[in-house]
Write a protein that binds this ligand. Structure first.
Ligand SMILES: Cc1cc2nc3c(=O)[nH]c(=O)nc-3n(C[C@H](O)[C@H](O)[C@H](O)COP(=O)(O)OP(=O)(O)OC[C@H]3O[C@@H](n4cnc5c(N)ncnc54)[C@H](O)[C@@H]3O)c2cc1C
Length: 448
């Protein structure tokens, strides 16, 4: 049996973050990762011909002010950030237009929006916590008079959370992300501080992995963990196909819906606390999903450095969103070429349904050919994809802030959790980074 001080399962943003923070304090840490690459859901793939394509849009909200950047800083790393997203365009009456032009707010509505933004900016963490059980739909009903501002909040809420219905979006999370965005210099309407790591998201997770290894931590790829024994109210052996490992600290840095693969959460005589097991089992389907495609083109389809969001494509009743990654970072494609992500948030049921998915992607493709006629001659490659569990536990009423599963289990000392499903606010990668810092702080406090 191989012995370490700490074992972290999963080399995503959260797992690498916890491992680096522990290793930096001299805690001998081993990371076990089932895949052949680090990064988890945040990876960059090389495509021959000079393309570097991310596993999804992977925009980091707040760029250098983000929880991701804060985590890197604690690991002694810094990366280069792209230019920011400069706004939001919506599709209306056959053309893309800036959301400001589409909303065309009257003076009275502009005043109303700035008054709401001022209130959001002044919100305390306690006030935001109070909104965690409220939906965005209820928040709008109670705080917004203008139908146009209501629509704008609904679009922003959807972009923030990968959830399409305001009744399913937590008002606490909406206000938290909006508050931070204004606080760090954003000018509303998605302007000013959503950035990407130059070179792709792989550069960011690569820097985390580098920090772990350079401090003496070990990252072992191609090593799926099969079981974690729980004995005498603590973690026992961590079992892979070929080895047994042991540590007094075991961190599960994997999404909540994978816990059942390594812990006995479904057994009636589980040594894990029953209420916790029931909660975890009940949350397995509580996540977001997406479907769409990524394209590489020989000419730019459009040139505005913005996020494009078509409210709803009537044939499939889903929004259609487009991000031209190369408009922010031209190092990831051959000169003059474009990488664009085209897709939609959807429910896990919709993403699982093959027929619905094929219909949706076909409808998107037909629409895209009309919106961007240049795509027909300029297409170099196209990759279809869908994902269930995009950015962790749904950020829905009652599932954000202090309502999230904690990073530890008081009944099983030594067992910890990290990632975008657990305590830690913000959009996907920031939630994962924040959770990593919360988890590492808790471990360091416990072993003091
Ligand atoms: C298509 C897409 C687009 C996205 N766009 C954005 C965006 O624009 N902005 C944003 O902030 N976020 C975005 N996200 C979300 C973001 O990628 C995630 O929130 C974040 O990467 C989660 O990190 P994590 O460390 O919590 O989990 P993960 O990245 O899932 O890491 C968990 C790791 O555990 C490993 N693992 C699982 N089981 C085992 C096992 N038994 N043994 C060993 N290893 C195991 C996995 O292989 C994985 O590497 C997007 C996600 C997707 C899928």
């Amino acid at each position: 049996m191989k012995q370490y001080d700490a074992i972290v399962i999963g080399a995503g943003i959260a797992g690498l973050g916890v491992a680096g923070l522990l290793q930096s304090k001299g805690i001998k840490t081993l990371v076990l990762e089932k895949s052949k690459m680090v990064g988890g859901r945040a990876k960059t793939y090389e495509i021959p011909g000079g393309w570097r394509v991310d596993s999804g849009t992977h925009c980091v909200n707040l760029g250098e002010h983000s929880a991701c950047a804060q985590l890197l800083k604690r690991l002694g790393k810094e990366i280069k950030w792209s230019r920011p997203i400069e706004g939001l365009m919506v599709f209306h009456e056959g053309k893309w237009m800036y959301v400001e032009e589409y909303l065309n707010l009257s003076d009275k509505e502009t005043e109303e929006l700035s008054a709401i933004e001022k209130r959001i900016l002044m919100s305390t963490d306690e006030e935001i916590e109070g909104l965690d059980t409220l939906s965005l739909a209820q928040f709008i009903k109670e705080n917004v008079n203008s139908l146009k501002i209501a629509e704008y909040f609904e679009i922003i809420g959807m972009v923030q959370t990968t959830l399409t219905e305001p009744k399913n979006i937590s008002a606490g999370e909406f206000v938290y992300i909006y508050r931070d965005s204004i606080k760090f210099g954003g000018k509303g309407m998605l302007k000013g501080n959503v950035k990407m790591p130059v070179g792709g998201i792989g550069v960011m997770v690569g820097a985390e992995a580098e920090a772990v290894s350079s401090m003496g931590g070990i990252i072992q790829l191609n090593t799926p963990v099969r079981e974690i024994e729980i004995i005498h109210k603590g973690p026992g052996a961590v079992l892979t196909d070929t080895e047994e490992y042991k540590a007094s600290i075991v961190v599960l840095a994997m999404p909540l819906w994978r816990l059942g693969k390594v812990l006995p959460v479904q057994e009636t005589n589980s040594p894990l606390p029953r209420p916790w097991c029931e909660r975890i089992n009940g949350l397995v389907e509580e996540t977001s999903a997406s479907m769409g495609f990524t394209v590489g083109t020989s000419t730019p389809l459009f040139t505005e450095p913005v996020y494009l969001s078509h409210r709803k494509l009537s044939s499939v009743n889903l929004p259609l969103q487009v991000l031209g990654h190369t408009l922010f970072d031209e190092t990831i494609a051959p000169p003059g070429h474009m990488i664009a992500f085209i897709g939609t948030p959807c429910t896990p049921e919709q993403a699982r349904n093959n027929t619905f998915r094929e219909q949706t992607l076909q409808a998107f493709w037909e629409t895209i050919k009309v919106m961007f006629p240049k795509i027909k001659e300029g297409l170099v490659w196209k990759r279809d994809g869908h994902y269930i569990g995009v950015d962790g536990l749904s950020r829905s009423p009652g599932l954000t802030g202090r309502h999230r599963p904690q990073v530890f289990l008081p009944e099983i000392p030594g067992l910890y959790f990290a990632g975008d499903c657990y305590a830690g606010r913000g959009i996907g990668m920031n939630a994962a980074a924040r959770s990593a810092m919360i988890c590492a702080n808790k471990i360091l406090e416990d072993i003091k």
